[in-house]
Design a binder for this molecule. Structure first.
Ligand code: MIG
Length: 752
């Protein structure tokens, strides 16, 4: 194997909005996407189609550049890129010249066979966060990772790779922030100083170009906003998907599904969603129903609907080889499946037995797949769970020569699941004719937030996995994903009743709250744990429903800014060393106002680190000063959750599902503080795309402690709020704020 270097620049020209720099060995192009986003693409064989599955924006033609002796300087209003020409190196600075991130001066970018690698300077105090669903600590310094979407069944808390690929990380040093997105879908590698004696960080891929977007905005919020501008943001999810979801592999019959749903209503435990895992199908054939066990899907779904439940069904990519199966016949006739290089169809075994695999990279195949959902939408399914799309098959080792169109498996593996989710989203959105589909996918690539929610796959029923799962959720939140779930209770193995209770006290603060378990595991519904525990779990679920107005508004924030619901403390407390301490690294903000400290089930007090500011414990309104570690009780009935002073949290009274109208009272909870604070309240019908036509209800609620005034801003949008009464609930005020019931009031003076 030879090492090929990038070499010295021969020519530097400007062509169609890009700087084009040629060396004898390669060609580099530089584009500016915004003042804070610069793209560099270095290639030995420049690909003119320049296809990306992640990026949805186009470059701007807005930068200045000059070619000096040994370098080219490109400047935007926020950044300076210095390209050294001998040899070619790319170094990024703030506008006033502070280094943000630089090539390693010795090695820069080079190739070994098809592998392309970029070596970067490592700063002494540099930390790294990101890469989405990855094992390890919040600070990824000293770790290395591989992106290669994998059915990581039985994974531990150190397994790598897992199911998803998000080649985007954020670097922190010298009080400065930057982000780097390596948009390359081949198998890729990231090393944050792990195996370079702390001299360099490096990343690369098995093929393709050294194609990266550099984000130079200051502050992680701004970087996330830029990253999600570039790769898209989620749209408003159906409100019902934010309620409690009950899943299992599998509820084996329509009767069983209905029985469980009824029991939620009898016991008055709120819930919105029931799931059908693979056993609803006829011989695991996608888009079919088992005629014996699910004889009348429409009837079942209508009964569920009458109880206020939605149904989500699973689909896998593998299409069973079966002459009597229309999807198989059509897929073969139209050449929709992956092949060997000689044109034979590739076959592997998975649940249905011998299967073929749709080529989701082909738009016609995506259309066909999407349209096939009629078999599920006709009887009334509105949620579609995409599993096994790494893609997975028994043996887990798809041969590298398998072809998807003109590309081989290793080139497309990391985007396959995302393209399946895209096909599912577009297809079901069309068929549902104005209703929002709910899509959930296991495999993903950067940009998946535009189509789907994700969950973290097959975890285990241990305390350690509960904490790890939260870390994965928080890290996924740094990649544009916001609607994220973990299998509450643990997929493999059986939780102790205490763990089940504890996990359900965290559940209200997991963006997607879904209880799920593997085949053969104990039953997991809230009533399986004895009376006393059932009541605690019920309280947890009720907490989720109380918080829904806050949660929904917070998802609106995700759609506008790319900020996730569950936020590692690194987002807002970036320079506070304590938040990276492995004892506190799982703590997170849930929306703007709540700080949650996940804690194992076997202790009844715990150390919590409260960042700077004052905080109230949610359960008791007890006040604490931040910037210190506090030891607090954490009985199974009270997970440590804290509220920021000045916080405004709209809540509602308990309902049994999002389908219920409720009592029309919106409870504006306010915790006393010293500084003025505002919250953007958002509501729409939770079900359709009418919100895109201005049919929503949005207003800013402001609390000004100096003026002792709460202001309800002008309502934007034409949606009629489902709450016709407002009640202000004060916390931490001397004396009680009257629980005054207001109508559409603009401002309210309070006395305390
Ligand atoms: O080979 O559909 O991660 O959630 O219950 C296992 C059965 C296939 C893996 C998923 C899991 C699901 C299970 N699936």
């Amino acid at each position: 194997m030879q090492l090929e270097i990038l070499g010295n620049a021969d020519t530097v020209t400007y062509q169609n909005g890009a700087l084009v720099i040629k060396t004898p060995q390669a060609e580099a192009r530089v584009w500016v996407y915004s003042p804070t986003i610069i793209r560099v693409c270095i290639s030995k064989d420049f690909n003119h189609s320049d296809e990306s599955f992640a990026v949805i924006e186009k470059p701007l033609d807005d930068f200045t550049w000059q070619h000096l002796n040994d370098r080219v300087e490109l400047t935007t209003s926020a950044l300076k890129l210095i390209v050294h020409t001998n040899p070619l190196r790319f170094n990024f600075y703030t506008a006033d010249g502070k280094p943000l991130s630089e090539d390693d001066a010795r090695f820069g970018t080079n190739w070994q066979a098809e592998r392309v690698i970029n070596y970067r300077k490592l700063y002494t105090d540099e930390k790294f966060i990101g890469l989405g669903e990855k094992a390890g600590d919040l600070n990824r310094r000293g770790c290395n990772y591989v992106n290669w979407n994998t059915d990581a069944a039985m994974h531990t808390i150190t397994t790598d790779p897992l199911y998803k690929t998000f080649p985007f990380f954020i670097g922190l040093h010298s009080g400065l922030t930057y982000g780097l997105f390596f948009d390359n879908m081949h198998k890729s590698y990231f090393d944050f100083g792990a195996t370079t004696d702390e001299q360099m960080s490096w990343f690369g891929a098995d093929g393709g170009d050294m194609n990266y977007y550099f984000f130079g905005a200051q502050g992680i919020r701004n970087i996330l906003e830029d990253y999600t501008w570039l790769t898209g943001r989620m749209e408003m999810p159906p409100l019902w998907s934010l309620g409690y979801q009950q899943c299992r592999w599998s509820y084996m019959s329509a009767n069983e599904v209905l029985e469980v749903a009824r029991k939620f209503r009898q016991k008055q435990i709120p819930a919105d969603v029931m799931y059908c895992d693979i056993d609803y199908m006829d011989g695991y054939k996608i888009f079919t129903w088992n005629k014996e066990t699910f004889p009348d899907p429409k009837g079942m779904i209508e009964e569920l609907r009458a109880m206020g439940f939605k149904l989500v069904t699973i689909v896998d990519p593998g299409i069973k080889i079966d002459e009597n199966y229309p999807e198989y016949k059509e897929g073969v006739d139209k050449h929709y499946f992956a092949t060997y290089p000689n044109g034979e169809l590739y076959t592997a075994r998975v649940w249905p037995g011998r299967c073929h695999f749709p080529d989701f990279l082909n738009e016609e195949v995506r259309e066909w797949w999407g349209a096939s959902f009629k078999a599920l939408t006709d009887p009334g399914v509105e949620g579609f769970w995409n599993d096994m799309n790494e893609p997975a098959a028994w043996g887990q080792n798809m041969p590298w020569m398998v072809k998807f169109g003109d590309k081989f498996m290793p080139e497309i593996r990391n985007v396959y699941g995302m393209q399946m989710a895209r096909a599912t989203y577009n297809g079901t959105k069309r068929i549902l004719n104005g209703k929002r589909p709910f899509i959930l996918t296991r495999a993903a690539y950067a940009g998946t937030q535009r189509y789907s929610a994700v969950w973290t796959g097959d975890n285990a029923a241990t305390d350690e996995h509960m904490l790890f799962g939260q870390r994965l959720v928080n890290s996924l939140g740094l990649t544009g994903m916001s609607l994220i779930g973990v299998d509450i209770g643990g997929f493999m193995g059986n939780p102790t009743p205490e763990l089940m209770v504890r996990w359900n006290s965290l559940g209200p603060y997991v963006p997607m709250y879904r209880n799920h378990a593997a085949l053969g595991m104990t039953m997991r519904e809230p009533w399986q744990w004895g009376d006393e525990y059932e009541q605690i779990i019920k309280k947890g679920i009720e907490q989720r429903y109380k918080l829904l107005p806050y949660i929904y508004s917070s998802f609106y924030q995700s759609t506008q800014t790319g900020l996730p619901l569950s936020r590692t403390l690194a987002i807002d407390y970036t320079w506070d060393e304590n938040i990276f301490d492995t004892r506190y690294q799982n703590q997170f903000l849930f929306g703007d106002a709540l700080l949650v400290a996940p804690v194992i089930s076997t202790v009844d007090n715990v150390d919590v680190y409260l960042p700077i500011g004052d905080w109230y414990r949610l359960g008791s309104d007890e006040k604490f000063s931040g910037g210190q570690v506090i030891n607090v009780p954490c009985p199974l009935t009270d997970l440590p959750v804290f509220v920021k002073t000045g916080a405004i949290i709209p809540m509602q009274n308990i309902i049994q599902s999002t389908n219920e109208v409720g009592d029309g009272v919106l409870l504006i909870n306010i915790w006393n503080g010293n500084e003025i604070n505002a919250f953007i309240y958002y509501e729409d019908d939770g079900l359709t795309y009418d919100n895109e036509n201005g049919i929503y209800y949005k207003r800013t609620i402001t609390f000004d402690p100096q003026k002792k005034e709460i202001t309800f801003g002008e309502v934007e949008g034409s949606y009629q709020s489902k709450y016709d009464k407002l009640q202000v609930v004060g916390h931490g005020f001397d004396g009680v704020i009257d629980r005054e019931t207001l109508n559409d009031t603009q401002s309210l003076m309070i006395s305390y």
